[in-house]
Design a binder for this molecule. Sequence first.
Ligand code: SF4
Ligand code: SF4
Ligand code: SF4
Length: 784
Amino acid sequence: MTPNSTKPKEFKDDFWKAKDIKFSFGEIIEDNSPASEDKETFVGPTLKPSATDLRSWDMKLLERYPPFYAPFCDMCCLCTYGKCDLTGKKGACGIDIEAQQGRFALLTCCIGAAAHSAHSRHLLEYLIHKVGPDHPVDFGNNIDIEAPIIRTLIGKAPKTLGDIREAMSYMEEENLHLLSACHTGQEGNHLDFESKAFHAGLMDHIGMEIGDISQIAALNLPKGEPDTSLIELGIGSIDRDKPVILCIGHNVAPGSGIVDYLEDNDLEDDVEICGICCAAIDITRYSNRAKVVGPISKQLKFLRSGVADVVVVDEQCIRSDVLEEAQKTGTALIATTDKMCLGLPDRTNDEVDSILADILNKRIEGALILDPEKVGEVATKLSLSLSKSRKSIKTLPDMDEIQEEASKCTQCEWCVRVCPNNLPIMDAVSSAGKGDLDAVESLYNNDICYTCGRCEQECPEDIKIMDLMSKVGENNLKSQKFNIRAGRGPIQDVEVRRVGAPIVLGDIPGVIAFVGCTNYPNGGEEVAKMAEEFLKRNYIVVTSGCGAMSIGEYKDEEGKTLYEKYSGDFDARGLVNLGSCVSNSHISGVAIKIANIFAKKPLEGNFEVIADYILNRVGACGVAWGPYSQKAAAIAAGVNRWGIPVVLGPHGSKYRRLYLGRPDKEDVWNLNDMRTGKVIKGEPAPEHLLFAAENREEATVAIAKNCLRPTDTNKGRQIKLNHYIDLNKKYFGVIPEDVYKYIRTDKDIPITYKNDVKEILERNNWEPRELVMEPSILDFPEEE
Ligand code: SF4
Ligand code: SF4
Ligand code: SF4
């Protein structure tokens, strides 16, 4: 059918009154899926978009938020025409330093997107094998839009697991094209590299959505219920008198195989199953008897504690030396995916008894087993066999050995130099050598040191600094008990209906998403404190993965975690744990749902309209406070392309590329008012798309500011500015001078700060300006 547009509509409720809304559609196609026979679906112009299909949107974003590069290294070593020095020069292939930075950004995002999508492909095929391709993707009556990203990009909703394969194939093809653009002699323009990096981020989001909806559907994980169980968290919650199986990584398949085996054999009370990182989160979504040990960044600490009888690794973010570390404590190791085989023999097709005999008799160092059900049986039987004998193994040195070891310290300071956080580890070690363990204890207990082990690697005296830490920390292991609300998965449609208007109009001042890895500059407490700051101020806080764990590892004076103090509702003062890394797809997912459910924007093939809506109306901000892996870089690029800004911590800036807005360039912020057809003077809202803060205080203020949106009503703008000013005063003692840029009329001035703000307005020759009705950075539609 030919492109068409609907008649003007009227939309009216308690919060919002609008007339003459006009929707444009590229074409109308028939949805032949069995569940929607006879139903026609409107489809916009960007169905299964390639990178170039969305290039015009990217260029609009990049015009507002140009990439800021700060290369650490000016050399390119990617082919043997080089190495090429790009300092003010071009490489042998003609590339310059700017394009090289863009290429690096694309490559990083491609790696991240590939990790998520390969994980999702593995999971999808495993689950189809387990429950069949016709298994329904149906999350119940409270969720009609099970896959908002797939619907927007592919143009239809998957009704079964088998249907998801179409989205998977599309994404794999796109990822291939993107990676190929990194080859020598392909793309040469830095903005085009950035546009492709955005596309890789978008593919990452579809990959994450595939992973999470597949596992929710097939393994019956929570389907968006806000009140999931509180799960035990922390190494102190593990019952060490029982055999312990520790899963590390991101893929739930082996963990679910272990849970199934324990249940089928009535062993749930006899064996502890726990995990580190997203494997832990997803196993606890599958069984609330499982426990979360903690975030991935502390895996060396957990491994050296010797708590696990068996370690099961799957994929992503696992230490490459995990086998060596496991052997130090007599722990058996099973690798379970093609991504991480660790040199182990493939025993997938062997009898369980023969695998057990070979591991227990140390004929092999561990086993690669690619069948999750067999992993369940082998891991359980190994843990039962090893548990008793391992009790007599001394996993850590005695205290006097520790002190003797520490006394070898020559105060050469190499450990401090290599520490990513520049911690006073030399002082701590040398004091320990004199019998004073307070400094080591403080670094360990407060998670200031995240036990990356770089200091130990560098120490010329070969002091086992991690053993020292683990031994000193051993005394407090029992107190390391916290909780975390189990990951709930997507946000329900009914919640979106409730909060869509308050978010878009500004009554709920923002949605803040704390995601990413946890090697924080000053321990996990900073993330929890930021989360609490915004919860108290009526923001919605969402989290996932290791960030969700860090929030749970913080207790107030009454000994309560934030999960005990705040509900899991997606509403003001709600603390929502979405789930694992792949559940991050529900962050962009809920923003898409606001555009669709609240504003009735059609999704199918309509990426630019949806992203434009989110950028200008949904006051959301992502926060990645730790350093970030390639996966996190891809997530951020995807979030950015959907129109959501991200604030990074100091480590995040090491990717050497930010997207910074220029508030001083007024024209850049002009908006097209789709209601009136006029170009309206805008404001830097959101100010930056990718911004790095140096400390918690700066980040907190930047997050509040990046929730401002052009559609805020006067009341909404007052609320948001009140928080922005309040936080600035709290942390920096002043009212921010740039507040005048965000006052459109007198009615925007927060009452509490009226006089002070008026002085700032006068100082800056402020004049009132017109309010935009339907802000957009898209071009006006062409006259018919
Ligand atoms: S890819 Fe280009 S810049 Fe890099 S080493 Fe090869 S020729 Fe030099
Ligand atoms: S383990 Fe890592 S974070 Fe801890 S002191 Fe050593 S280098 Fe620093
Ligand atoms: S590197 Fe080793 S010897 Fe040097 S200061 Fe650190 S702990 Fe002491």
